[in-house]
Design a protein around this ligand. Structure first.
Ligand code: LLP
Length: 425
């Protein structure tokens, strides 16, 4: 739950605003962002990585207002498409604090990054290194480049979001020598400035060991580069992926401790190779925005399937949160609009889409007196819900509202029927 959420007079409040007032004013479903929660997590990260850089991973949830929060809190931004870059630039985000990622950036995307002076471009393939060299020459600039290294860590998370074992599409493998070859190729192009190495092992990871192994291997490659080329690269970008607690019993890494151990590991490897400590960057997305967001839904039907469970249908579903269907993700939810003394009933929280996979929460207990019109709040929907949202069954995407200090304001408008028909002949 967001740091500012409380239960007052039976209803949940967030940022000092009663969820019943939010739905009355802005409709349902509604994504509510606790601005103070979001900003305070930015500050926590900056304090933990005080001698490095924190780049928020925009893919977790980006809109113009969130880009402003990131900018004001002094973080950098990681983008992985021209669209994400456009959102950032539209609010005056300093391009030198932006990193561009992606395993298949288009030539147009690379060119835009080169021309706008994006601070770091992370090269993910040999083709891309050649394209970058060409574009830098063409525009007479010398962009800062990092190499995305696949360090061979088997991260303990869902297969779809693990990214550092060898058999997947991202990066250049350390074990096969592809990463070392990429370093040679970038160093051979005078129009590119190789500043460091990058690794991202996956997402929603709660065990710290994987991050530590990755940091050790990446620092090891720095040492190898010094030996082979006599070049000292000044930066390491250790990616994101720090997990958050979605349900009771979920572990989440302590960011302060991780920062200390990563720094120590890199310092140790570098010191033994006679290298100074490189500047460390991390790229958290979920762990900054995830718990800041809740989704409010209105209950439409309560259907008892005899002897099995009760199906509680709400007015959204896999169009505003596809994570349950896609990854078997788990969430916590509560009756948000009143208190109830009724006994808990085994329920399944489902959406309104035309398939049975449309579940928000597979198994949960809700009060037995639940009725149409009640509001349900689902916690932890601030990351990868809005950014993965879709218009399945022509549902308009919900509004996003920011709350802070007892005030609420729309930061992304609810889509309308007109929006849904736009562009169709
Ligand atoms: N850096 C890079 C290069 C990444 O690819 C990602 C996430 C991050 C940073 C941020 O990771 P985070 O701190 O948010 O875990 N849609 C999936 C998650 C996909 C993550 C993709 N990359 C989900 O809903 O769980």
């Amino acid at each position: 739950w967001p740091r500012t959420s409380e239960r007052i007079d039976g209803a949940i409040t967030i940022g000092g605003v009663d969820v019943r007032d939010l739905v009355a004013e802005y409709g349902s479903p509604l994504l509510v962002m606790d601005e103070e929660d979001f900003r305070s997590r930015c500050r926590d990260y900056r304090a933990s990585f005080h001698d490095g850089d924190v780049h928020y991973a925009g893919k977790a949830f980006l809109c113009r207002e969130v880009a402003r929060w990131i900018m004001q809190e002094g973080l950098g931004l990681d983008v992985c498409s021209a669209g994400e870059l456009a959102v950032a630039l539209s609010v005056g985000f300093p391009p030198e604090r932006i990193t561009l990622h992606g395993n298949n950036k288009s030539v147009a995307e690379l060119e835009r990054a080169v021309v706008t002076g994006v601070g770091h471009i992370v090269a993910d393939s040999f083709e891309e290194i050649a394209r970058l060299g060409y574009l830098a020459d063409k525009h007479g600039v010398r962009p800062k480049v990092m190499i995305r290294v696949t360090v061979g860590v088997e991260a303990h998370t869902h297969e779809f979001i693990a990214t550092s074992h060898d058999d997947q599409k991202f990066g250049l493998s350390l074990s096969s020598g592809a990463a070392a070859e990429a370093v040679r190729r970038v160093l051979a192009l005078p129009s590119l400035e190789l500043v460091g190495l990058h690794s991202h092992i996956g997402s929603q990871i709660s065990e710290t060991a994987g991050f530590e192994v990755a940091a050790r291997r990446l620092a090891g490659l720095l040492a190898q580069i010094k030996q082979e080329h006599g070049v000292v690269l000044p930066e390491l970008d250790l990616g994101g992926g720090y997990g958050i607690p979605y349900v009771d019993g979920d572990d989440a890494p302590d960011i302060k401790l991780i920062a200390e151990s990563l720094r120590e590991i890199v310092a140790h490897v570098c010191a033994s190779a006679g290298l100074p400590l490189p500047r460390l960057t991390v790229e958290p997305g979920r762990s900054i925005t995830g718990l800041a967001g809740i989704t409010l839904y209105e209950v439409g039907t309560v259907k008892d399937v005899e002897g099995l469970r009760t199906y509680v249908s709400v007015d959204g579903g896999m169009s505003d949160n596809i994570r349950t269907a896609l990854y078997g993700a788990e969430y916590t939810a509560r009756l948000a609009s009143r208190s109830s003394e009724a006994a808990p009933m085994l329920s399944r929280l489902v959406g309104k889409h035309c398939e049975s996979g449309d579940m928000v929460i597979r198994d949960l207990y809700l009060p037995a007196d639940l009725a149409p019109g009640d509001l349900i709040a689902v916690a932890g929907t601030g990351a990868y819900c809005r950014s993965l949202a879709n218009n399945y069954n022509y549902l308009p995407k919900p509004a996003v509202v920011a709350v802070s200090g007892g005030q609420a304001r729309v930061i992304v408008q609810r889509e309308t029927e007109e929006d849904l028909l736009r562009g169709q002949l």
